[in-house]
Design a protein around this ligand. Structure first.
Ligand code: 5GP
Length: 204
């Protein structure tokens, strides 16, 4: 049986990155897909842990070499999901979490419709999102406004997702996301039914 894929999207500042990291720490079978980006590292971000940081030239070369499962331009920067690690993880029966935007979700769900579960994480309202982005102290007022506009655009595509998680209380949200990730491994769509039934009958 192959593994499962869980795509987690939502506005920057919704808490989705911390939640994804915590789920991967809680479950041995889960790991986070580390994207490549042309965005400059924020303070505290580490190469290979948060992102693989690349120049625009390196990124464009990786597109040409077919290294990405999907890539997108978000807030003036490029972001891409590496292909090889995802395929390996699926074959090994693992669960891969993706912290990617709505364009990435559409691409991964189309490529792996049977394996993918999608979750949209957001704040209780836009005022809380503005507060969290400002509190982070990493973005200028202009960048925050851009992220809020992008959040509203993304919210309009919520109906493409399987689950909606309103991250009001972090600990509660973590329990809910863990349950969703666990459930992603039990979807009937991931199972080859003839193979399962033949094994079940003792004929394999
Ligand atoms: P940030 O700059 O805040 O780390 O990320 C900006 C947005 O890009 C977030 O919504 C994040 O989920 C998304 N993102 C990060 N990596 C990828 C990726 O590989 N593909 C796509 N499509 N979006 C990504």
């Amino acid at each position: 049986m192959s593994g499962s894929l869980v795509v987690v999207s939502g506005p920057s500042g919704s808490g989705k990155s911390s939640l994804c990291k915590a789920v991967c720490e809680a479950y041995d079978f889960a790991h986070l897909s580390i994207s490549t980006t042309t965005r400059a590292p924020r303070s505290g971000e580490r190469e290979g842990e948060d992102y693989f940081f690349a120049s625009k030239e390196q990124f464009l070369a990786a597109i040409d070499s077919g290294d990405f499962l999907e890539w997108a331009q978000v807030h003036d920067n490029f972001y891409g999901t590496s292909k090889s690690r995802v395929i390996e993880a699926l074959e090994a029966g693992r669960t891969v979490l993706f912290d990617i935007d709505v364009q990435g979700q559409a691409a991964i769900s189309a490529l792996f419709p049977k394996e993918t579960t999608s979750v949209f994480v957001t704040t209780p309202d836009i005022a809380v999102l503005r507060q969290r982005l400002a509190g982070r102290g990493t973005d200028s007022e202009e960048v925050i406004e851009k992220r809020l506009i992008n959040a509203l655009i993304e919210m309009n595509q919520l109906d493409r997702y399987d689950y909606l998680l309103v991250n009001d209380d972090y600990d509660d949200s973590l329990e809910v996301l863990k349950a969703m990730v666990l459930a992603s491994r039990y979807k009937v769509s991931r199972v080859s039914l003839p193979e399962f039934i033949s094994t079940w009958k003792g004929q394999s």
